[in-house]
Design a binder for this molecule. Structure first.
Ligand SMILES: NC(=O)c1ccc[n+]([C@@H]2O[C@H](COP(=O)([O-])OP(=O)(O)OC[C@H]3O[C@@H](n4cnc5c(N)ncnc54)[C@H](OP(=O)(O)O)[C@@H]3O)[C@@H](O)[C@H]2O)c1
Length: 358
């Protein structure tokens, strides 16, 4: 009898103990669950507020002009735009001239520069000068010393570091010629760094003006088959953000523009990228929108549909971005190569035709 009683007692106490443990665990998990719920709610609120803020800020940057800017007072009287005989550089120079700034255009091809100068002078009634220079020149010291001499008599208030080169079409590193790689380094990195180093002292002294760099959407994440190009653009992002911090009290405005595909000579290797659309504007449309963001945002795509692209590109995981970039760039290269071979076929048959005729 006594042993049965003790067995019951032990069973009861075991059940009791088990229930106690269950309760304890449940209670402690309920507490934890509540803490997690609070953490989740805080995270979700933060994310939602972040997204709303981003959207409102993008609308402000792209669609509301805010205070009227006296461009000549703030960024004048002269602006220097590198790589400006055509494409985004030319259109950006045109927009600045429309706002009353005199512009200095710098590119390699004098004939194109003369044409650009004549057009801007005719339409905008400002002074336009040009400098013929090749930023990939072997003698880099002489190059910048010559540019410096030519700019020395001007009060320059704005520098637009636009010049940039890409490969002939997307490809892997070992298929890119050494000369091309040097060109990318000298033009994409060297030009912005040394032109800024040359002109920033005067801006800082006058406590006004601006420096703009044209980066690229390909720098937002690692972009295979455009590796050197996107890395040079990433350099520009870091460069301008670093300067903005170093000279935050100088009165000088720094801006990083991050365009995505824009139909220019640079994208001419692909028919798909040469056809303009909302997502692929031409240079004039892009520049018209980008210029308005100067002084309103330190870092922007400059064009609202590109901002939507930027949000997507930042949101996707790196592996997905690289996988998609590789697929897209492979297909763009195939397109470029097939266009090239069609062109050379046409050229050869044209040549043969001439020789037969004669
Ligand atoms: N187009 C796009 O899809 C895209 C997208 C993102 C970022 N971007 C960037 O936007 C900027 C402008 O591109 P874009 O599309 O307007 O290019 P683009 O149409 O090829 O024009 C490039 C300009 O730079 C000049 N240039 C090229 N190499 C030069 C050199 N070695 N020395 C001096 N001038 C040189 C060219 O004139 P000359 O030939 O007469 O020298 C031309 O005026 C670049 O920095 C590019 O990386 C473009």
């Amino acid at each position: 009898m006594a042993s049965t009683l003790s067995l019951h007692t032990s069973i009861d106490s075991f059940h009791f103990l088990w229930r106690q443990i269950e309760n304890e665990v449940y209670n402690s998990f309920t507490g934890l669950r509540d803490k997690f719920a609070i953490l989740g709610a805080w995270y979700a609120t933060r994310k939602t507020v972040g997204i709303i803020y981003c959207f409102v800020d993008a609308v402000r940057i792209h669609f509301f002009s805010g205070m009227k800017v006296n461009w000549i007072e703030k960024y004048g009287p002269w602006a220097v735009i590198t790589g400006s005989s055509e494409g985004i550089g030319y259109s950006y120079a045109y927009e600045l001239a429309q706002r009353g700034l005199n512009v200095v255009l710098i590119s390699r091809n004098e004939r194109k520069l003369q044409k650009a100068k004549a057009q801007i002078e005719l339409d905008c009634k400002v002074q336009v000068e040009y400098i013929v220079a090749d930023f990939s020149d072997e003698n880099q010291t002489e190059l910048y010393s010559n540019i410096g001499k030519k700019l020395s008599d001007k009060e320059i208030g704005l520098l637009v570091n636009n010049v940039g080169v890409m490969y002939d079409y997307p490809d892997v590193l070992l298929n890119v010629a050494t000369q091309k790689i040097w060109q990318l380094i000298h033009v994409n990195i060297g030009a912005a760094t040394l032109m800024t180093h040359m002109l920033l002292p005067d801006l800082v002294k006058r406590k006004k003006g601006g420096v703009v760099v044209i980066s690229s959407g390909s720098s937002t994440q690692i972009t295979p088959q455009m590796t050197v190009y996107s890395a040079t653009k990433r350099y520009l992002d870091y460069f301008i953000h670093g300067l903005a911090y170093e000279y935050r009290n100088s009165g000088v405005v720094f801006q990083c523009l991050i365009p995505f595909y824009t139909a220019t000579r640079m994208t001419g290797y692909s028919e798909r990228l040469s056809n303009t659309s909302v997502m692929i504007p031409d240079a004039a449309r892009y520049a018209k929108s980008a210029v308005k963001t100067l002084g309103r945002s330190a870092c922007t795509t400059g064009y609202f549909p590109h901002t939507l692209q930027l949000w997507i590109s930042r949101a996707v995981p790196l592996w997905l971005w690289m996988w998609t970039s590789e697929k897209l760039n492979n297909s763009l290269r195939r397109e470029a190569l097939s266009r090239q071979s069609k062109k050379s076929l046409k050229f050869t048959s044209g040549e043969m035709g001439t020789s037969f005729d004669s």
